[in-house]
Design a binder for this molecule. Structure first.
Ligand code: GUN
Length: 294
């Protein structure tokens, strides 16, 4: 039976550490960090994600604001709000929840965010800094996975890490970070995607598998090698009879993989809460670099 990498537990530890930092800040008569979230439209998952981010802010003692726009918002209106947040001395970091409606050019929006307030780490300047191993905001999900590997002291040096999915939010940055000259890192990385034939030939040879494709129960026990570290980033909503009306299902078939893997993240309670905690960490970092360096 694999070791469970308990993201919920580690995320609570991280939030407690952040809360402690914020208490010291406030005791010193300084204002707390302030995160703003921009939400466009009525996407159920996006609403839930943003509400969770606001809840996390409350938990760690940050100020938070939610700015809502209808799905019909124009690109110009959104850019105007971003400009206002860029200039606001009261705002340390902000995020624009993705995806955006089709009339909005996502790249244009991300490019408009001041990189110093880009706590998602999505701006090309921050992505470039990450790739060059310079100090910057790491995207929250990859940052969460690295922190989980670090806190559980999972050996990554010289290991073969296979990543499934090449999204800008997870797969692509993860492939860069696992290959960097640091701990966790120093892995030999294979980035697989929708055009990779016979993905199981790669996953069977992997010491570490990171799945981020959004295909429920895709990775089965017979697709991994004995003792592999399995990180499940997939969170798909599947309708059921519960009060919520859905349950969250990962990319990993937990039942078959847990018998073979050396360590594994559950869904829920694995990467998801770590992602949330790392957004708080990035916001604290944005605060420290803006207020203290003024
Ligand atoms: N949509 C799904 N994940 C994320 C995220 O981490 N940040 C933003 N802004 N949008 C998302």
């Amino acid at each position: 039976m694999a070791q469970i990498l308990d993201g919920l537990k580690i995320s609570k530890e991280i939030k407690t550490e952040i809360r402690y930092d914020v208490e010291k800040i406030v005791e010193g008569k300084r204002r707390p960090p302030h995160l703003v979230a921009i939400l466009v439209g009525q996407n159920g998952a996006s609403i839930a994600y943003v509400n969770n981010k606001i809840k996390d802010c409350r938990e760690v003692g940050f100020k938070s604001s939610l700015v809502k726009f209808p799905s019909t918002v124009s690109e110009a209106e959104l850019l105007e709000k971003i400009n206002e947040l860029n200039l606001s001395k009261d705002v340390d970091g902000f995020i624009v929840q993705l995806p955006l409606p089709p009339q909005i050019d996502q790249e244009k929006i991300i490019m408009a965010i001041d990189p110093r307030k880009d706590v998602d780490g999505f701006h090309p300047e921050n992505f470039g800094k990450m790739a060059l191993e310079m100090d910057t905001f790491l995207p929250a999900t990859p940052f969460g996975i690295l922190t989980l590997l670090e806190r559980y002291q999972i050996d990554t040096k010289g290991k073969h890490c296979v990543i499934i999915g090449r999204s800008r939010i997870v797969g692509k940055p993860m492939s860069i970070l696992m290959g960097r000259k640091d701990f966790p890192g120093n892995s030999t990385v294979t980035l697989t995607h929708s055009y990779t034939p016979h993905i199981e030939e790669f996953t069977k040879n992997a010491d570490i598998v990171i799945t981020a494709l959004g295909d429920p129960n895709f990775l089965k026990g017979d697709m991994i090698k004995q003792g592999a570290i399995v990180i499940d980033v997939g969170i798909t909503r599947i309708e059921d009879q519960s009060d919520k009306g859905y349950k969250l299902v990962g990319d990993v078939d937990f039942e078959s993989c847990k018998e073979i893997a050396g360590a594994i993240t559950p869904v829920p309670g694995g990467v998801g809460p770590m992602t949330r905690a790392m957004l708080m960490k990035n916001t604290l970092l944005a605060y420290k670099t803006s207020v203290y360096n003024d």
